[in-house]
Write a protein that binds this ligand. Structure first.
Ligand code: GLA
Length: 373
């Protein structure tokens, strides 16, 4: 038995840009999903999860497609990856997968891609060692899109596979997606908050967010409609926010404005970090990203807004919701000596608003997926 891990992520900036061929800037979290795997030859996939004791799932490799509708939701992530391997012609003679996830589920921290990618690198090492990271990213995403039914972009799987310790990953999704043989559009940018006495605080609101519930897909469709209204292939092709004023429909216009301004924010943050300047300078850009997600893209919630407002009121340099939205987590950029006070202020704000006690923790950029033993 050997073990592979893959991390969750927070996106520093660049939300709902990935499926519009835009830019993202995630870091990997020190929280990982763990997959212990052993090959065998009895034609069966057995999946167990430490979070679901007593619920092991047993499926014949030959019946993975047929089993999709009857297996429990959590097991569709690993089984979808196995199915994707077989669909692409990689023979899996049988495998045991024991899973253990430390990325909070539904917190917008990409617990699902962490799981899918941990399974994907395990299966690669065991059965298809020639596969590149680029291909595995596509396979893990296809598993989530097709087997789970969550129409995600490439952000989460790319972060889980490609992030490196101490860096933020700047991904130009258009360049990256265009060439699967020799991927371009990937840049590792040093992200050392500690050197500036700063910390990145995560506030998990405890409000679960769910990508397969239709609202994420609705946003994707609105972006596609906005691009069509402007006569471009994707919103990446829109040069400036002024161009979006040509869209007659108010909702589509605001959706487009978010994507166009968010791409510009990613580029601006990447530039500041690349120059090695004090990262406090990116704070206002992060907060502007939140305002755009709240007002133009309409994926925030009262709890996410409360966390951002309280974090800013307590002296954060910037704060924003992360991930797909409709629940999940917030990040705040804080002076290290203010972290506890900011966390306490958020907690107090939640108590005053009768919201459940949030979970807060500090993160540093951690490594991407790898084998641990
Ligand atoms: C989810 C999806 C990603 C991305 C984000 C929003 O995390 O899985 O592909 O679209 O939402 O930025």
């Amino acid at each position: 038995m050997r073990t592979w891990v893959a991390p969750g992520r927070v996106n520093i900036i660049g939300e709902h840009t990935d499926y519009n061929d835009g830019y993202v800037l995630p870091i990997a979290l020190p929280l990982v999903a763990r997959c212990t795997a052993a090959p065998h030859t009895d034609g069966l996939v057995r999946v167990g999860s430490r979070q679901r004791p007593g619920e092991p799932v047993l499926v014949a490799v030959s019946d993975l497609e047929g089993a999709r509708a009857r297996v429990p939701g959590w097991s569709r992530y690993p089984l979808g990856v196995v199915a994707e391997f077989t669909r692409r012609g990689h023979r899996i003679p049988g495998v045991d997968l024991d899973l253990d996830g430390a990325v909070p589920i539904g917190a917008g921290l990409s617990s699902s891609a962490a799981l899918s990618c941990a399974v994907a690198i395990a299966l690669r090492d065991l059965f298809a060692p020639g596969l590149t990271d680029r291909t595995l990213i596509d396979m893990a995403r296809a598993a989530e899109n097709d087997y789970v039914g969550a129409p995600t972009g490439l952000l989460d799987q790319s972060a889980a596979m490609l992030c490196t310790a101490g860096h933020a990953l700047l991904l130009d999704v258009r360049a990256f997606a265009a060439d699967t043989a020799a991927p371009r559009g990937v840049e590792q940018i040093p992200f050392d908050l500690g050197a500036f006495e700063l910390e990145l605080l995560v506030v998990d609101t405890g409000q679960p967010h769910e990508l397969a519930d239709g609202r994420y897909a609705e946003r994707r469709a609105e972006c596609a409609a906005a691009a069509e209204a402007l006569g471009v292939e994707t919103l990446r092709d829109v040069a400036s926010a002024t161009d979006t004023t040509r869209i007659a429909d108010d909702v589509l216009r605001r959706r487009a404005r978010h994507v166009v301004t968010e791409n510009a924010r990613v580029v601006a943050v990447a530039e500041k970090l690349r120059e090695g300047l004090d990262p406090r300078g990116i704070g206002p850009v992060l907060t502007a990203g939140h305002v755009s997600l709240r007002d133009d893209f309409e994926v925030s919630t009262p709890a996410l807004d409360a966390a951002v407002d309280a974090a800013l009121a307590a002296g954060s340099h910037g704060a924003r919701m992360v991930g797909g939205g409709f629940g999940g987590s917030v990040i705040a950029l804080v002076d290290r000596d203010r972290t506890a006070a900011v966390a306490e202020s958020v907690r107090q704000r939640f108590a005053d608003a009768d919201l459940p006690d949030p979970r807060t923790f500090v993160v540093v950029p951690a490594p991407g997926a790898h084998r641990v033993d």
